[in-house]
Design a protein around this ligand. Structure first.
Ligand code: PGA
Length: 253
């Protein structure tokens, strides 16, 4: 079983030169990112795909942060799945909370999941509550997102995807803003339960659950320890080679 490390660069960095610098830094520790324990994916802005693909061959696979919901026809401004596939994209982050905040519904995410699966690319479906209320109502929100996004899919298809639990309140804060280990393991158990109820135990066992939200070198080890988490989706810390390598180190050591 390999851990999965996904860098979500969002709309950063601001230039091709800066992107090239980050990749050169990362390549100095290539063995941390691709080995028997971990597989690393980098999801840059689409305009950097070619650069990332060229510079990471030894240590990372290519990912995207979203796909177009369009497939056939003419669509000015859209980057469709066939184009992404031709660059060698292997994983697609779908339903990120920053996309959902722009109006993306569970239904739209579900269609994108199907498109991605059809193209033979791995969907990484993001779920997560906006607020972490002490009464625990957030569990219901997570359940609804999972059902809304995956309903109607065949078990065999669900078994090919991964889920990233990304509580919105924990995204983009500093290290201490990440979720606690106890709460994280409860959510992982809950997601497995929802998958078991709606698909099967076997399906639930096959779906890797990642965590995202202020992961960095300081908290990665603790967030992995007995939480059932199979890896991380990392924003801010993935743009600094030092912190990203610390996360990879925490996973493999
Ligand atoms: P963060 O972002 O690591 O900066 O919190 C994670 C994400 O939004 O995927």
């Amino acid at each position: 079983m390999k851990y999965i490390l996904v860098a979500n660069w969002k709309n950063h960095p601001n230039s091709l030169d800066e992107a090239s610098d980050i990749l050169s830094q990362l390549s100095k520790k290539a063995s941390l990112y691709q080995n028997t324990k971990v597989s690393t994916y980098i999801a840059p802005p689409v305009s950097y795909l070619e650069l990332v693909s060229k510079k990471t061959k030894r240590f990372a696979k290519l990912a995207v942060q979203d796909i177009s919901s369009k497939t056939q026809g003419v669509h000015t401004g859209e980057v469709t799945i066939d184009i992404l596939k031709s660059f060698g994209v292997r994983l697609a982050i779908l339903g990120h909370s920053e996309r959902r905040a722009l109006g993306e519904t569970d239904e739209v995410v579900r269609d994108k999941v199907k498109t991605v699966l059809k193209a033979g690319i791995t969907p990484l479906v993001c779920v997560g509550e906006g607020e972490h209320d002490p009464e625990g109502n957030y569990f219901e929100i997570i359940r609804q997102q999972i059902i809304g996004t995956l309903s109607g899919l065949k078990k065999a298809d669900v078994e090919k995807l991964m889920i990233a639990y990304e509580p919105v309140w924990a995204i983009g804060t500093k290290s201490k803003g990440a979720i606690s280990r106890e709460e994280l393991s409860q959510v992982v158990i809950f997601i497995k339960k929802v998958l078991t109820e709606n698909f099967s135990r076997q399906t639930a066992d096959k779906v890797a659950i990642l965590y995202g939200g202020s992961v960095d070198g300081g908290n990665a080890k603790a967030l992995l320890h007995k939480t059932g988490v199979r890896g991380f989706l990392v924003g801010r810390a993935s743009l600094q080679a030092k912190s990203f390598s610390q996360i990879a180190e925490a996973i493999i050591k």
